[in-house]
Design a protein around this ligand. Structure first.
Ligand SMILES: Nc1ncnc2c1ncn2[C@@H]1O[C@H](COP(=O)(O)OP(=O)(O)OP(=O)(O)O)[C@@H](O)[C@H]1O
Ligand SMILES: [Mg+2]
Length: 257
């Protein structure tokens, strides 16, 4: 069976800066892979190349064996690549439920005009999408917040909501950029229990995480980047014993976190 994701010799330049240099790795179906590396290592850039936001300067991206290099973010979303961003991106004035439904509307490309005209087809689809959205909120344990405005949510719930919005599209590959960052210990545990439980049952997950304890506890495998190059690809539990990784993180407090 083809890997869900193959990154083959991917490089990304921003002017004179090599943000990624010949990065290659694969992600098998059902795997939970951590993407690790110091600030500026190229993790978010790698997500952007996979999700079609910023196509690679060189190299190929394959999704279940199909070359998707250079496809738009919208095309990739339709092919089953969903992602969350490092900073929470929500419609602040919409409720939790409306945010998920809105994301589904975007995903299914329902015509805005249909909505404005109040056509029956739009109303029917909205009801169906609302049911799907309710299901995902229940799955992530945030259904009780469904009618709260997004800008009133604690960060832990807001971040779960961004995962819900992505998961509602029923992706085959989910990219989570620092889902636990900024959360309290309890909120981070709740997030990671869900990601490693209900979320990974439904799709293959790649997540960016700085905290080695979280990576070791929850992830199968880790790929570590430093200055845009891959310096480690192996068992998540082996990270803290790898000299190159320890070097890359020397002096970074989260190594012990
Ligand atoms: N659009 C851009 N234009 C120019 N340089 C960029 C752009 N995006 C990222 N970079 C640079 O590419 C490098 C990698 O950035 P990236 O955001 O991918 O790092 P990161 O590993 O996600 O870091 P962090 O842990 O801080 O989120 C950095 O030097 C950054 O300044
Ligand atoms: Mg980043």
């Amino acid at each position: 069976m083809n890997p869900v994701l193959e990154v083959r010799g991917v490089s990304k330049r921003f002017g004179g800066l090599a943000a990624l240099s010949e990065v290659s790795f694969e992600v098998a179906r059902g795997e939970l892979l951590a993407l690790v590396g110091p600030n500026g290592a190229g993790k978010s850039t790698l997500f952007n190349t996979i999700a079609g936001v910023a196509p690679p300067t060189a190299g190929r991206i394959l999704l279940e064996g199909t070359d998707v290099t250079g496809k738009s973010s919208h095309a990739l979303a339709r092919l089953g690549v969903a992602r969350t961003f490092q900073l929470v991106t929500l419609f602040r004035e919409l409720t939790v439920l409306e945010n998920v439904v809105q994301g589904l509307h975007r995903h299914t490309r329902l015509a805005v005009l249909d909505g404005l005209l109040g056509l029956p087809r739009y109303r029917e689809d909205t009801r169906r999408l609302a049911e799907r959205a309710e299901g995902v909120l229940a799955l992530l344990g945030i259904a009780a917040h469904r009618h709260e405005r997004a800008d009133a949510l604690p960060l832990g719930i807001a971040k779960l909501l961004t995962v819900a919005i992505a998961l509602a599209t029923e992706p085959r590959l989910l990219l989570l950029d620092e889902p636990a960052a900024g959360l309290s210990h309890d909120e981070a545990t709740r997030m990671m229990d869900l990601v490693a439980g209900e979320v990974r049952k439904r799709c293959t997950v790649v997540l960016v995480e700085h905290n080695m304890r979280i990576v070791g506890n929850y992830c199968d495998r880790a790929v570590v980047l430093q200055f845009g190059r891959k310096i480690y690809d192996g068992a998540a539990a082996g990270l803290v014993h790898d000299p190159a990784v320890v070097d890359a993180y020397l002096g970074v407090a989260e190594m012990d976190g």
